[in-house]
Design a protein around this ligand. Structure first.
Ligand SMILES: C[S@@+](CC[C@H](N)C(=O)[O-])C[C@H]1O[C@@H](n2cnc3c(N)ncnc32)[C@H](O)[C@@H]1O
Length: 263
């Protein structure tokens, strides 16, 4: 069900993406066209047989996170494996939290989320960003849907604290809590949109929290080809958890999937 992805072999020569990690503010920041219209000849240049830096960067960001595929497959086929991720992730991400925003400040980080937002219809009133980390997706969602109540939850108290700090300069009214995305305290069917970016697929919990016909969105900024490989079991899991159908698509260096809750 996924469409033909933008291939790193077809990256533009300048490799520019306006959906930069730090300043993507609206859909005008989306840069889906940045990966088309070029061909191999242009990428390699007429007088050089060496690939240019943008080609190498595309290759790296798309294909380097190969571990994503078995990890996502493992979580999708046996969701009980998610139970141990909370403690492990919380410790790891708490330790790296001071560096997280700097490490992920990479052009193209927001591209898959931008494309997922373009693919969504309607205006959600209540939105949850699970495993929000330092709040990148939560902030982007609040900018996109300013009237919506936006809540972000992360297992790491340190990441959640940075997310709160990050929301302040724009005075974004986002509730940022600490919690386990596999077992959240919110009521059943209490959200219109539940998003998880660069996180394990918490399919059961995401679908439990959605109102009928609400949308679950899984976004992976990098490793698109590997997520695509694992998408079939994830889509099946989403459907078993209550989605009427789930579709996935490569976007930029990454991938996004959207599932609609039956209703
Ligand atoms: C790679 S970061 C992604 C953060 C953010 N969504 C982003 O895209 O920048 C993964 C985050 O998932 C969080 N996480 C992992 N397992 C979790 C769980 N079971 N419940 C809540 N958060 C979790 C980690 O603490 C970490 O902040």
């Amino acid at each position: 069900m996924s469409s033909r992805p933008p291939d790193p072999l077809r990256l533009h020569g300048d490799g520019q993406s306006t959906a930069a990690r730090s300043n993507s503010g609206d859909n005008s920041g989306s840069d889906s066209g940045a990966y088309s219209g070029s061909d191999l000849g242009a990428d390699f240049g007429s007088d050089s047989c060496l690939p240019n830096p943008s080609f190498l960067r595309g290759l790296l960001l798309s294909y380097a996170p190969a571990a994503l595929s078995p990890a996502l497959w493992a979580f999708a086929t046996a969701p009980e494996r998610l139970t141990w991720t909370t403690q492990v992730s919380s410790r790891i991400f708490s330790a790296v939290s001071p560096l997280y925003d700097e490490l992920t400040e990479v052009d193209g980080y927001g591209e898959a989320l931008e494309q997922a937002l373009l693919d969504l219809r309607g205006v959600p009133a209540r939105i949850l960003d699970v495993a929000t980390g330092t709040g990148y997706a939560a902030r982007r969602l609040k900018r996109q849907y300013p009237r919506a109540e936006v809540i972000g939850v992360d297992a790491s108290p340190e990441m959640a604290a940075i997310a709160r700090h990050n929301a302040q300069p724009e005075d974004l009214d986002i509730q940022l809590d600490v919690g386990d995305a596999a077992r959240l305290g919110f009521e059943d069917a209490s959200f219109d949109l539940v998003v998880a970016q660069n996180a394990p697929p918490f399919c059961d919990e995401m679908l439990r929290l959605l109102r009928p016909r609400g949308k679950a969105v899984l976004v992976y900024s990098f490793g698109g080809p590997w997520v695509e490989l694992a998408w079939s079991p994830i889509a099946k899991r989403l459907e078993r958890s209550g989605a009427s159908h789930a579709r996935g698509k490569r976007a930029g260096f990454g991938f996004y999937g959207i599932a609609r809750k039956r209703g």
